[in-house]
Design a protein around this ligand. Structure first.
Ligand SMILES: Cc1cc2nc3c(=O)[nH]c(=O)nc-3n(C[C@H](O)[C@H](O)[C@H](O)COP(=O)(O)O)c2cc1C
Length: 369
């Protein structure tokens, strides 16, 4: 048992969030994480990928009863919610969605949120357990009107104190503070969790804060709590679980990668962190040449850099499904170097929470305070 402002706000057993990880489905991972007592998040960034990435879309369809007959991705999304409610019924798991709201994805984000409002009208149980969304990668203030009267709890991912200030102004219920060591999407001006998390906690003592980026075990969760967080979100750690729908080679690569195992390069929606392989190293070299803003901290746009850089990401992801390791591109966070196994989400959550309590109790003994 570990009670924090986050567990109280969301009604979850443990102060732990399984991160949204697109563009793939995390439908099954979400249900397994929610059943284990964490908050499970459904990823939505690939839900409209039918034309550009059929393999990614296929996974949404395969894990969702009735999806093959659905007419639109929005209908599939509603079915995903109904299926998640069923999958988490016994344990009364709490779940939500990660929805990216960057400019190029905002139109889709609005449609997804409208669909969510409709689905939540269907039952008290859906409102009670499918209770929140975590937005990311865009201006939260543009979402305020849509979200503040929606009845859902709302978290937003922020990479700086400035962004946190804007999210608080937008009216979020909690902040997800994202350090640059995290997997995949990162900020133009990167700050590490060690500096950013306490800075945001100090600036907003009355707001519930979740740390993310670099957390993968009980010691790191305990450190996050000591830094002032009310809970922790993990991406790369949950990716390497049996319940995650990502390709097996991806999970194995997380476990395999060691010291100095990640690299930054331009991704579709901005800078991104990849597991270091010849493919991601090539992408980094292209980024230096054609999209240097990733390293100089000056944002470029999708139209100001060559399309081949943007397409490389989708091609690399598709190769993970085709089983071609020489072309596969894997995203992941720095903490991959500390991940050594692929457990079930249930075993992982139990283990991490036991370790967290041990680590917190051990502090007093170890340092004789
Ligand atoms: C494979 C992968 C895919 C991700 N996709 C998304 C996404 O679609 N939306 C988002 O907001 N964050 C995304 N993230 C970031 C995670 O939500 C989370 O913030 C990050 O993984 C935390 O750092 P960690 O990997 O060190 O735990 C992704 C991360 C990974 C590893």
């Amino acid at each position: 048992m570990l009670k924090t402002r986050l567990t109280e706000l969301l009604g979850i057993k443990y102060p732990l969030i399984q991160a949204g990880m697109g563009p793939f489905s995390t439908n099954m991972l979400c249900a397994a994480s929610a059943n284990a007592g964490a908050l499970g998040l459904i990823s939505t960034s690939g839900i409209a990928s039918q034309l550009i990435a059929p393999d990614m879309y296929r996974i949404f369809m395969e894990s969702t009863p009735g999806a093959k007959e659905a007419k639109t991705p929005i209908d599939v999304y509603k079915l995903v919610y109904r299926a998640t409610l069923e999958r988490t019924k016994e344990a009364k798991g709490i779940f939500g969605s990660n929805i990216m709201v960057s400019e190029e994805l905002r139109g889709m984000a609005v449609k997804l949120i409208e669909a969510l409002k409709e689905v939540r009208e269907e039952s008290e149980e859906m409102r009670e357990r499918g209770k929140l969304i975590v937005t990311s990668a865009g201006d939260p203030i543009k979402m305020t009107n849509l979200l503040k009267d929606s009845g859902m709890l709302w978290g937003h991912v922020v990479p700086s104190v400035k962004h946190a200030t804007r999210a608080v102004k937008a009216g979020v219920d909690f902040l997800v503070v994202s350090g640059q060591e995290g997997g995949f999407h990162g900020p133009w001006e990167p700050i590490s969790t060690m500096t950013l998390l306490p800075a945001v906690c100090e600036e907003f003592p009355d707001t519930v804060v979740v740390g993310t980026g670099g957390f993968c075990d009980g010691r790191s969760v305990a450190a996050g709590l000591v830094l002032g967080a009310d809970g922790v979100q993990m991406g790369t750690r949950f990716l390497a679980t049996k319940d995650c729908e990502f390709a097996d080679s991806w999970k194995e690569k997380v476990v395999e990668i060691g010291d100095r195992g990640t690299i930054r390069a331009r991704g579709i929606v901005g800078p991104a962190r990849y597991l270091k392989t010849p493919v991601s190293q090539d992408m980094c070299a292209e980024t230096v040449k054609f999209a240097p803003g990733t390293f100089t901290g000056v944002p470029d746009t999708m139209t100001s850099i060559p399309a081949k850089i943007l397409m490389a990401e989708m091609k690399g992801f598709a190769a993970t499904f085709e089983g071609d390791e020489t072309k596969s591109l894997y995203t992941g966070g720095e903490c991959a170097q500390r991940i050594t196994d692929i457990p079930t989400a249930a075993d992982l959550v139990e283990r991490i929470m036991e370790e967290t309590v041990e680590a917190l109790k051990g502090l007093r003994e170890r340092y004789q305070v």
